[in-house]
Design a protein around this ligand. Structure first.
Ligand code: NAP
Length: 307
C-alpha cells in the first residue's frame, strides 16, 4: 500500500521511515513537510496538494506535534484517506473524538498509535498480571529532556504536554497491562516559571480493588534514564523496564530487547491489518488520564527551564 508521511521531523526520520522502508506492506510514496524530505521520495509541502494529485495514496501517517496535527488529520479524513496518528491522538480529547467520528462518517480506518504498547515485553506483562491481585504499582519515568527533545519548543507550549509527552507512553502501557480501569485521584504538576507545561509530575490513581497506584515523571534526569513499572502482588513482583523492553518476574529477567526495538514495525503491521479489515483502533484511555491529571493537578512553579 502506498503511504504519505506527514511532518518529517525527529520521530519520522528516527522510526517511521525505517519501519516503512523495511515493511513488505508499505511503500513510502510521498512526504509532506514544510522543511523536511526523504531522499528519493516525492516531496510535497502542502497536504491538500498531495491529496488532490495523488489519489493512489490511500493512507496518511501523521508525525506532527499534537497541536498542528488535528487540522492535517481532518483534511486527510475529509479526503477519504485512512489515517495513522502519532501519540497523543490529539491535543485534546474532544479533537480525538472528532477525528474518530469523521473516520466513521467517511468509512475509513483511523489508528491512534501507542508505540510503547508495542514494546517487547508488554504483552507478557499483561498476561502475567491478568490473574493476579494487584497490591501496588509504581511508574518511574525519568529522562533528560535536553537529550530526547533537543531544540523542540512545542513541548513547552499549551498542548505540548511537557513531561506527559513521554509520560503518556507509560500510561499507555499501564492501561494496556492492567485488567481493571483506573482513574486519576490526585496530581502535582511542577511547571518551570518560563514554561506552560510541566517538567515533572507525581500522580496517584484510584484502583477499583484498592491497590496503591502511582506515577513519578521527571524530565530533569541526567545520566541513566529510567522508564520502569513495578507491580507488587501476593504472587510476586513484576518489573517492566527500558520502556517495556525488559521484564523481571521475582528477580528472573525475561527479554533482551533494547528500548524502542520493534515498536514502529509493529505499529505499521497493525495499520496494515486495520486498513485490510476496515478497522478502527482509537483507545483514548491514556489521553484521558493525562487530561484528568491536568484538571486535578496542583500546580507548583519551579526553576525556569534553560535549554
Ligand atoms: P518534531 O521533530 O519537533 O516535529 C515533527 C515535524 O512536524 C517537524 O519536523 C515539522 O516539519 C512539523 N511541524 C512542527 N510544528 C508544526 C506546525 N506548527 N505546523 C506544521 N508542521 C509542524 O517532533 P517529533 O519529536 O518528531 O514529535 C512528533 C510527534 O511524535 C509528537 O506527537 C511526539 O509525541 C511523537 N513522538 C516523538 C518521539 C521522539 O522521540 N521525538 C517518540 C515517539 C513519539 P516541517 O517544519 O518540515 O513541516
Amino acid at each position: 500500500m502506498k503511504l504519505g508521511l506527514v511532518g518529517i521531523g525527529k520521530i519520522a526520520l528516527d522510526q517511521h521511515v525505517p519501519a516503512i522502508t523495511d515493511s513488505a506492506d508499505w511503500e513510502l510514496a510521498a512526504t509532506v513537510s514544510r522543511n523536511g524530505s526523504v531522499e528519493g521520495v516525492s516531496a510535497f509541502d502542502d497536504l491538500q496538494l498531495m491529496l488532490d494529485t495523488r489519489p493512489d495514496i490511500r493512507v496518511v501517517s501523521l508525525c506532527l506535534p499534537p497541536v498542528p496535527r488535528f487540522a492535517y488529520a481532518m483534511q486527510a479524513l475529509e479526503a477519504g484517506r485512512h489515517v495513522m496518528l502519532e501519540k497523543p491522538p490529539g491535543a485534546t480529547l474532544a479533537e480525538s473524538h472528532a477525528l474518530l467520528a469523521k473516520a466513521h462518517e467517511k468509512g475509513v480506518s483511523i489508528y491512534a498509535t501507542w508505540h510503547s504498547r508495542q514494546a517487547d515485553m508488554v504483552a507478557a506483562a499483561k498476561t502475567w498480571l491478568s490473574d493476579k491481585t494487584l497490591e501496588s504499582l509504581h511508574i518511574t519515568w525519568k529522562e533528560d529532556v535536553r537529550r530526547w527533545h533537543p531544540g523542540q519548543a512545542w513541548i513547552w507550549e499549551p498542548g505540548g504536554l511537557g513531561v506527559f509527552d513521554p509520560g503518556i507512553n507509560a500510561l499507555s502501557i499501564l492501561t494496556e497491562i492492567l485488567p481493571h480501569d483506573i482513574h486519576v485521584s490526585a496530581a502535582t504538576l511542577e511547571v518551570p516559571e518560563n514554561c506552560q507545561t510541566p517538567i515533572a509530575a507525581q500522580i496517584s490513581f484510584e484502583h477499583p480493588q484498592g491497590a496503591k497506584v502511582s506515577a513519578d515523571f521527571d524530565w530533569r534526569q541526567e545520566g541513566p534514564q529510567t522508564w520502569s513499572i513495578e507491580a507488587k502482588t501476593p504472587d510476586g513482583t513484576l518489573i517492566l523496564s527500558d520502556g517495556g523492553a525488559k521484564l523481571e518476574l521475582d528477580g528472573v529477567q525475561i527479554g533482551t530487547a533494547s528500548a524502542l526495538a520493534g515498536e514502529y514495525p509493529r505499529l505499521y503491521a497493525q495499520m496494515a491489518r486495520l486498513v485490510g479489515q476496515g478497522g478502527v483502533d482509537m483507545d483514548l484511555r491514556p489521553m484521558t488520564l493525562v487530561c484528568d491529571a491536568f484538571t486535578l493537578g496542583r500546580r507548583l512553579t519551579v526553576a525556569p527551564f534553560l535549554p
